[in-house]
Write a protein of this length. Structure first.
Length: 147
């Protein structure tokens, strides 16, 4: 079985937890002494009080929004999806953005995001003067139509 070592950096930190047996992600919890208010369209960097060790360089942790916070309040990671590289050993911080029109209060111990472990592919990059042709070619946004 694969392991991720998790270190509590603060006494009041909570270890990530899966909400159900079928949950793909581990909930991350806010670790601070006082509530943090995020104004509409504002960003706040929320500490989790934990650090992790991913010992396989072909793996990374990805930090995603919690669907309830995003759909009900417009609260999501400011960088859309956070990446925790295998060689990072510092505290996991979650920059939350308030996309809503109301102030939002993050409470100590609140579930703020979820982390998912996934493989990363590290191919050798090869510079070239030409790329192989495809049917789409250089067609960009909207080039394949709406239906």
């Amino acid at each position: 079985m694969m392991e991720i070592k998790v270190k509590k950096l603060k006494e009041n930190a909570k270890l990530p937890q899966r909400a159900t047996e079928g949950s793909a992600g581990y909930d991350l919890f806010a670790c601070m002494e006082e509530s943090v208010i995020i104004k509409p369209h504002g960003i706040a960097k929320i500490p989790t009080g934990i650090a992790v060790a991913i010992e396989d360089k072909n793996m990374a942790l990805f930090i995603y929004a919690r669907s309830g916070l995003a759909s009900k309040y417009g609260i999501a990671p400011a960088n859309c999806v956070g990446v925790v590289d295998s060689d990072y050993r510092g505290e996991i911080m979650v920059p939350l953005i308030n996309l809503g029109n109301e102030y939002y209060t993050v409470e100590p111990g609140q579930r703020i995001a979820q982390m998912i472990l996934a493989p990363v592919f590290l191919p050798e990059l090869v510079e070239t003067d030409e790329l192989p042709a495809t049917g789409r070619g250089e067609g960009g946004f909207g080039s394949t139509g709406e239906k």
